[in-house]
Design a protein around this ligand. Sequence first.
Ligand SMILES: [Zn+2]
Length: 346
Amino acid sequence: MNIAAYMSQLAQKIGGVYVPKCTTFKETYQTATKHVVFGAYKGYLVALALTQAGRTAGFVMLVRYPRAPMAPPLQEAFKARPGFSSFFGKKVDGVMVSWTYALTKPKLEEIAGLLDAVIEEVSKAVPPFSGRCEDCSTAEAREITLMNGMPGYHCLACQMRVAAEKQREADEYKAKDANYVVGLGAGLVAAAVAGSAWGWLISLMEADSGKWYPQVHAVMGVVLSIPICWLMFKAIGKRDRVGQVLAIVLTLAAKWWGDAIYFTYVKMHFAELAFSWQLLGSVVRHFWEYQFLSGGRIFVAVCDVVIALAVPWMPWGKLPKFVPVFQTINPDGSLSQTLTDGAATR
Ligand SMILES: [Zn+2]
């Protein structure tokens, strides 16, 4: 059974809607950004999705309840089950249960059975939604609304209020002073330290053995960009476009500085030379000859550039997002954004 047919049947089973495209589990499971079944089941909000982490397929179940003074003691109830993990959302009131499977997707009856069991445990501690907005608890709200992909009940007035508050926060953040001089200094230090560490470590690993692991060379830019972004944005005081451009340049500079150290070690090994700053200087002057020595190295250089340019999209390099997106679920599984011309759209 293909995914769409499977999820449609699951939707039917719990009286929910199959939404092929949404971002509900994006932060938890990189690849499970689509194929989610949403439903209001026994008064609780439910989201069910197939997951894929590397080669491991799994299933995830989210049960949301209204704001509660204490989380239901679900861990205890499910701890005994093998291959099972449950955790509570930090930002939302809800519980997430996930497990992996080897070949065949879990049977729909199994999922429904488990859902019943989870909800039974939750209901011992938290009452179900009462048909009112979970923010103001007064306005009626019977339609599931996704807030940044997370199912909930939010009346239109509260949506507008939250969007306006967040917009104000975003404006304040934008107006904050940015200290680029200190930021650039901090970024340079981070790039120098991280780049030197990379060059030195990979030299120890490879230069004498004559081996070379192109995969390590190709992805190292990602690793180097983390301390650079972290330190630099902290020193700048906020994240903005200027900082992102600096992050791109510094990431590439750090990687290639490390590469220069590595090329120097390789040369030392082959020419049986001792380390000298003159040697390092000559490698730096002829850096492109070393960098473009072979197809493999050209490939690595291209990866370096692509990775550096992608830093603004990485979690440690992207701009903070303030204004939430509210969506309602249509019966055909598509989503409609509410507040189309309000503060929520930018
Ligand atoms: Zn409300």
